[in-house]
Write a protein that binds this ligand. Sequence first.
Ligand code: CUA
Length: 186
Amino acid sequence: MKVDAYEKFFMWGVGVVLVAFFASTAIAAFGSAIHPPSHVETIDPTKIFTDARFRPTGVSVDPQGRVHARIVGMTFAWMPNEMTLPAETPVTFHITALDVVHGFQIVRTNGQSMAIPGYIAQFTTRFDAGEYLVVCNEYCGVGHHQMAAKMHVVPKDVWQAPPMSASTGASPVARNAGQGGDHGRH
Ligand code: CUA
């Protein structure tokens, strides 16, 4: 069978590009252990509210003084639906879902992640003082558009850590993942 020279050229070209794409994915996944933030840590979605990692939900400070925000997405709300955070301070978000896939997005910031049942997504970011809107950006059902929350970011000298917030430490897995820096930054 006669194959035109140009056709051969493009067939080989496509082959090379495909190999390069698959190889880069394989090297990132198996060589560098890079995974989506959603897959860092798992949780039983039926036991979220008895799991120490989400008790309490909302804002807390760990024994090392780092600020965490623990959030559960469900049809059709974020829990908690209101948070107050310190400005210009790294905040580590831990996000999971109770029922179906939701999308946690802090509007007009780089803070966003899918919320997937069974997984705890994590990212660390910081904010300027102001009022922020949190929405759901994955279609999750008839109440999807109502799934919103408020985030107040106040100057850090004004901010007060919530009472009892030192009671919950990040899990060892979450701590290790946090070392790598800004997982989930876009
Ligand atoms: Cu939750 Cu859309």
